[in-house]
Design a protein around this ligand. Structure first.
Ligand SMILES: [Fe+2]
Length: 402
């Protein structure tokens, strides 16, 4: 099919999607700062819920993070049940097991404490339980008729922004295919951005998750479905990451840097839940699917490559980000500002230990990776659609030389 006809098809599909994605969405009440998670628990005790299902993972239980929230809920007269079976990239059966606990324990609310995996799993549990569904029934767009059970989130990483988005990603138990649940009903009622909880996060995870937040911010900022609010959230998140990620990686106990990163993740989530992401995610999802490369790490590696390809079509926006982040002055030529912004991303990756290349990508998968990335990218309001040759060169550029 000629390229321009294909492009018209992509644009028609996007126009349909835009109507749905741009609908007004609820926004969680947010508690920010040291011990915000405990303040959130206190507020839960005022809404009349009797028993909360705490959705988390075993490593967090081992270091005692959820127990602090559980103790506060208990002190305020709210009973809890625990489901700590969440694993990275939670599967349908992991989520269904949580739904069973929720029903057995007769919980009337859900509190997610964890990274994106725990929050995504909890979102699906709350939606499914309220609607008498199983996890798989929730996959797709707006599958729940009734509102979710009251849902609260305490992110323990700063990156996914899951505490504010309309999407939850789970995966098929056998094929590991990613399955998307998209519904404004899964947006939590309230979230706590608590830097105390993030203090123990190791530097590599801080780096990768922080770059996921930056990718959400930048991809949504350069996309074509902008709204003034999304632009504001996107540039604020970008500046917060550029000013704080190195500090948070170098000293995990830096509470101010941790709090800024948590806010960055939240703002970036608000931006991309409306303006979506782009080719960075389209490529990194394939690296995750084929080789299990962690999402944030893959995004970090791919981000500067995609920006190099978008430096003309998204030049104005990238120059704006450079000025907003004080990398240059608005009197400078646009192309110089764009260069400064992209070079700052390369340097940030270097500083926080993100490798430039990976040895996991196999020759025989490149065609599939490129096809899937081009297909996914065409579903986002990107500054321009990539040619196959460009995307192939990008993926080749991620490979460590033999
Ligand atoms: Fe992401």
């Amino acid at each position: 099919m000629p390229g321009f006809i294909k492009e018209l098809g992509y644009k028609a599909m996007l126009a349909l999607k835009k109507g749905i994605v741009m609908e007004p969405k609820p926004r969680p009440a947010v508690f920010v700062g040291k011990d915000a998670a405990l303040d959130l628990c206190e507020s839960i005790s005022h809404v009349g819920l009797k028993k909360i299902l705490v959705v988390t993972d075993k490593p967090l239980m081992d270091i005692g993070i959820p127990q602090q929230a559980i103790a506060r809920l208990s002190a305020k007269g709210v009973a809890t049940a625990i489901y700590d079976g969440v694993k990275p990239d939670p599967t349908v059966s992991v989520v269904d097991a949580g739904i069973e606990v929720l029903k057995r324990e007769a919980c009337d609310g859900v509190l997610a404490i964890g990274g994106g995996s725990s929050i995504d799993a909890a979102k699906v549990m709350a939606l499914a339980a309220a609607n008498g569904l199983k996890a798989l029934d929730c996959v797709g767009l707006k599958k729940g008729k009734l509102p979710s059970l009251p849902l609260f989130a305490v992110p323990t990483t700063a990156g996914t922004g899951s505490e504010v988005t309309i999407v939850a990603v789970i995966s098929d138990d056998e094929t590991h295919e990613k399955l998307m649940v998209a519904d404004p009903k899964v947006i939590p009622s309230a979230a706590a951005l608590d830097p105390n909880i993030m203090k123990g996060l190791p530097p590599q995870i801080t780096a990768a998750t922080g770059m996921d937040a930056l990718t959400h911010a930048v991809e949504s900022y350069i996309n074509t479905w902008d709204t003034p609010e999304c632009l504001q959230f996107g540039r604020s998140a970008t500046r917060l990451v550029l000013n704080n990620l190195e500090r948070a990686c170098a000293n995990g106990e830096d509470i101010a840097a941790r709090e800024s990163m948590a806010l960055a993740s939240y703002y970036a989530g608000l931006a991309f839940t409306t303006c979506l992401v782009g080719y960075v995610h389209a490529v990194s999802h394939q690296l995750g699917g084929h080789y299990g490369v962690p999402h944030g790490l893959a995004n970090a590696m791919v981000l500067p490559h995609v920006l190099e390809l978008m430096k003309d079509s998204a030049g104005e926006r990238l120059a704006e980000l450079a000025v907003y982040c004080e990398l240059g002055d608005e009197t400078e030529p646009r192309d110089e500002l764009v260069r400064k912004f992209i070079d700052r991303i390369w340097a940030l990756n270097e500083e926080i230990g993100i490798p430039r290349t990976t040895d996991v990508i196999k020759d025989e998968h490149i065609e599939d990776i490129v096809s899937a990335a081009l297909k996914e990218g065409a579903g986002y309001p990107v500054p321009r659609f990539l040619e196959r040759a460009e995307c192939t060169a990008l993926v080749q550029g991620l490979r460590t030389a033999a």
